[in-house]
Design a protein around this ligand. Structure first.
Ligand SMILES: Nc1nc2c(c(=O)[nH]1)N[C@H]1C(S)=C(S)[C@@H](COP(=O)(O)OP(=O)(O)OC[C@H]3O[C@@H](n4cnc5c(=O)[nH]c(N)nc54)[C@H](O)[C@@H]3O)O[C@H]1N2
Ligand SMILES: Nc1nc2c(c(=O)[nH]1)N[C@H]1C(S)=C(S)[C@@H](COP(=O)(O)OP(=O)(O)OC[C@H]3O[C@@H](n4cnc5c(=O)[nH]c(N)nc54)[C@H](O)[C@@H]3O)O[C@H]1N2
Ligand SMILES: [Mo]
Length: 662
């Protein structure tokens, strides 16, 4: 038997972006492991990617183009050829363009595959050249990134490898044991040197249980807690005044606002006891280096931008950015920013092309518009599970006059609504460049196996479609390698200067420099005013908060169709406080109905004290399953946009809960 080990990179949308070793036997993947030599992965990977070969060779994987035969949403298809598929797409697109204009075509994608080539290169070029509507890709991190940038100027924190030096960790709205495991590894190393770990969350997650101290907080109130910490730092003389004077602007207005956030006021807003607020502020004020991991959870609120912006003010107050291992990380993608113009070629786009916010897909498909969306092209994502206001999304996808193409590895909930389903390769079948938004390594992965069945990569699909549409600009003839080379040449990013295709090929990963100027930290600013707590919007209609976040064994909705992953998660559960359960006649394990004006779903209740009274939590973006009665959690979530960045507000949802049958 011929065996071989090749290197690869995990394409999942995690900060860790692991480096992989892939064992092949007779050209087939038999084992996936973490690369022990990669400085961040260090041989550790999660179950999801370890069992990825099951996904690659799964009998339900889509391997051929298919055309709908049944009703939309029923999932009945027949095999066709690629030629027929391309013919159908170009004909339908041309009709839409002739009748409604190209903006009636909407690409809808996210980062189901984080590879730069397959997430944001030929696809973008194609849709730009076509003149299709633009998509604002706001579903994940845009609110927090806007908030963080409002304080720090750029979207960059410290090198996570430095966090081993920290003495105090605030893990703030991040379930990192599940979602960023290598940060947990660094924290464990620091812990051996005596570091203390505090988790601030609305739910007693795995990460909360692992912490030295778990602070349970009410949803959307974290800006008040951050201001409360700042209040005490000033009041108790724990502030580094020379640092602030030298590196910060807007300090006076900030301090004036902070004065309003005394512990009693903050406690009333956040649900955190006064003595805990005081203890937290004193610990933070005394520790150096101290490090804050700002998670993605807190930004999925009406006030998510402001929450992140406010938390991002804290490290400056104690001068932490000057201490090795001190500071914060929200994201770090800024350091290795690539040449987006070369990748995406926005110059091919007609002027004044409209933009549609991906969080408002349902509205875009249903609300009348001079140019309605008549064709939808979905790839790298599964909006029929992951977008908010799911009942609207599905009603839109059911429109008979909508032409929907879905490029996928599996027959996802979204693919079931498609007119055409196209087979997508997995990352193991592609050449791609990977850039983490947390650690500082760029990595190159070459294909480990050939494309399975008739699957095509996103890159190849859009390159061929461009040819079919008769687009003859030279950029549509580029190879993956051409595009990677162009992406690495950034006119104004010196952090990238030493990173070349050749080095990536030889070394597999190259670290970018972490140079950044932190001389103008905006504690308040003319553009954004002063940080403050802004209450969530939906307070009164329904009595309980509903926080539907990700789980351990799925990656958003990816893996939620695989038996192994589902078995390990057992079933989606509604965590609720026993007071809220008791007043509704609900006992632990009961099946309950969760509802609001947008929709309803059924879950098994997990009653206890893992959340505060008034709060409910469910984990995992489970696919709808009529057999087990699972319904997408996003039937309940609003499509309102957050305060900054046009972000999603999944977690600012109000619901009520009743015993099932009521
Ligand atoms: N295993 C696994 N890993 C993943 C993912 C996955 O689905 N599964 N998804 C990937 C992606 S795309 C992302 S964006 C990241 C997300 O991973 P994280 O950054 O960890 O973000 P979330 O899990 O969305 O939310 C983190 C925590 O915020 C809490 N939270 C919600 N609202 C509030 C609040 O108002 N205040 C506070 N303090 N806490 C709150 C939630 O209870 C949750 O435990 O993980 C990535 N990694
Ligand atoms: N209620 C609630 N909703 C949420 C969230 C939440 O916490 N709560 N989290 C939000 C966040 S942070 C995010 S990032 C989004 C993520 O939402 P999505 O972007 O929809 O992510 P996934 O559910 O992982 O779906 C990715 C899909 O891409 C497919 N795919 C993988 N690789 C390729 C490829 O190379 N080509 C093609 N064509 N397809 C590929 C996979 O098979 C998978 O079905 O969900 C958001 N939705
Ligand atoms: Mo995300």
């Amino acid at each position: 038997m011929t065996t071989q080990t090749v290197r690869s990179v995990c394409p999942l949308d995690c900060p860790d972006q692991c480096s992989l070793r892939v064992e092949l036997a007779e050209g087939r993947i038999v084992k996936v492991d973490g690369d022990p030599d990669h400085p961040v992965t260090r041989g550790n990977i999660c179950n999801k990617i370890r069992s990825f070969p099951e996904r690659v060779y799964h009998p339900e994987r889509i391997l051929y183009p298919m055309k709908r035969t049944g009703q939309k949403g029923q999932g009945q298809f027949q095999r066709i050829t690629w030629e027929q598929a391309y013919q159908e797409i170009t004909t339908r697109f041309q009709t839409v363009i002739d009748t409604w204009g190209a903006e009636a075509i909407l690409p809808y994608s996210f980062y189901g595959n984080m590879g730069i080539i397959n997430a944001e290169s030929m696809d973008r070029r194609f849709f730009h050249r076509l003149g299709a509507s633009r998509l604002a890709r706001t579903i994940c991190n845009s609110a927090g990134n806007a908030g963080y940038t409002a304080t720090m100027g750029v979207n960059a924190g410290i090198d996570p490898e430095e966090t081993v030096h920290a003495k105090l960790f605030l893990v703030w709205g991040s379930n990192l044991i599940s979602t960023n495991m290598h940060q947990a590894v660094y924290i464990e190393e620091a812990r051996k040197q005596g570091a203390h770990v505090i988790v601030i969350d609305v739910h007693e997650t795995r990460t909360a249980r692992w912490a030295d101290w778990f602070i349970k907080i009410l949803p959307g109130t974290d800006a008040a807690l951050a201001m409360g910490i700042a209040h005490l730092l000033f009041a108790e003389g724990l502030v580094d005044h020379p640092y602030i004077a030298q590196h910060c602007t807007g300090a006076e207005d900030f301090q004036a606002e902070v004065a309003k956030y005394d512990p009693a006021t903050v406690s009333a807003i956040t649900g955190v006891p006064v003595e805990d607020i005081i203890r937290l502020a004193r610990l933070y004020g005394a520790a150096s280096p101290s490090f804050i991991r700002i998670g993605n959870g807190i930004q999925h609120h009406d006030n998510g931008g402001m929450i992140v912006r406010t938390i991002a003010c804290l490290p400056a107050l104690t001068g932490q950015w000057n201490v090795r291992g001190g500071g914060a990380v929200k994201e770090n993608g800024w350091y290795g920013r690539l040449n987006a113009h070369a990748l995406e070629r926005p110059d091919l786009m007609p002027k004044r092309t409209r933009t549609i916010n991906m969080n408002r897909l349902g509205a875009a498909l249903l609300e009348p518009d001079e140019t309605p969306v008549k064709a939808l092209f979905v790839y790298n994502c599964n909006p029929a599970e992951t977008a908010p206001e799911q009942n609207k999304v599905r009603e839109g996808l059911l429109r008979e006059d909508l032409f929907t193409v879905v490029h996928e590895q599996f027959l996802t909930t979204t693919a079931r609504y498609a007119d055409l389903v196209l087979p997508a390769t997995t990352h193991f079948e592609n050449l791609d460049l990977y850039k983490s938004y947390w650690h500082l390594y760029l990595q190159l992965a070459e294909p480990a196996i050939p494309a399975q069945g008739e699957a095509k990569s996103n890159f190849l699909l859009f390159k061929e479609l461009a040819a079919q549409m008769g687009f003859d600009e030279p950029c549509f003839h580029d190879t993956e390698e051409d595009v990677i080379r162009a992406a690495l040449v950034h006119p104004t990013n010196p952090n990238l200067e030493h990173v070349t295709y050749e080095r990536l090929q030889q070394e597999k990963w190259v670290k970018v420099e972490a140079n950044v100027n932190r001389d103008r930290i905006r504690l308040s600013s003319q553009a954004h005013g002063v940080p403050t707590h802004v209450p969530l919007l939906e307070a009164d209609d329904y009595p309980l908060w509903f926080i539907p976040g990700p789980n351990h064994q799925f990656l958003n909705s990816t893996f939620a169709n695989l038996e192994r992953n589902k078995r390990m998660e057992k079933q989606p559960r509604l965590f609720m406080h026993h007071q809220d359960a008791k007043s509704r006649g609900i006992s632990d394990g009961d099946r309950v109905r969760v509802f609001n004006d947008r929709g309803e779903l059924w879950l098994s209740a997990s009653v206890g004290e893992t959340v505060l009274p008034g709060v409910t939590v469910v984990q995992g973006l489970w696919w709808d399953d009529p057999e087990s009665g699972v319904v997408s959690v996003n039937v309940l979530t609003p499509d309102r946009l957050s305060d900054m960045g046009g972000g999603a507000t999944f977690f600012s949802t109000r619901v009520d809960v009743a015993p099932a049958g009521n």
